[in-house]
Design a binder for this molecule. Structure first.
Ligand code: THU
Length: 127
């Protein structure tokens, strides 16, 4: 199995999802080949919940990584789970038109480009 998917799968085990029971794992490969992982961390207020993808991005940024090659998202769904709108925006701002591997627990995978999911992004180039 792709090491990036495997890392996202392992990160998913750490998900804190007592409210939705919906566990998600994400992994981000930086330009040096290092893998940064994240899981969703829910909050009793619901609104302060953070998705696996943003945890992975913020962890990577906080550790000095700046360029990324690929990202993977793993959830236990038949129809592969894509990043939510907020995560698409954050991924775009830090990773650009990155390759995104969506996967589930049963070997299902699909590779898309972030631009396909966020076709006309707003970013700092407009400011
Ligand atoms: N979630 C993610 O972590 N990533 C996604 O791509 C979709 C949604 C989380 C947020 C929340 O903890 C749970 O899944 C249900 O929405």
């Amino acid at each position: 199995m792709d090491a990036l998917i495997q890392a996202a799968l392992a990160a998913r085990d750490h998900a804190h999802a007592p409210f939705s029971q919906f566990k998600v794992g994400a992994a981000l490969e930086d330009a040096a080949g290092r893998i940064h992982t994240g899981c969703n961390v829910e909050n009793a207020t619901y609104g302060l919940t953070i998705c696996a993808e943003r945890v992975a991005v913020f962890k990577a940024i906080s550790e000095g990584a700046r360029e990324f090659r690929r990202a993977a998202v793993v959830a236990d769904t038949g129809t592969l789970t894509p990043p939510c709108g907020a995560c698409r925006q954050v991924l775009w701002e830090f990773c650009g038109d990155i390759e995104l591997v969506l996967a589930n627990l049963h070997g299902g995978t699909e590779t898309v480009r972030l631009k396909e999911l966020l076709p006309r992004p707003f970013d700092a180039s407009f400011l």
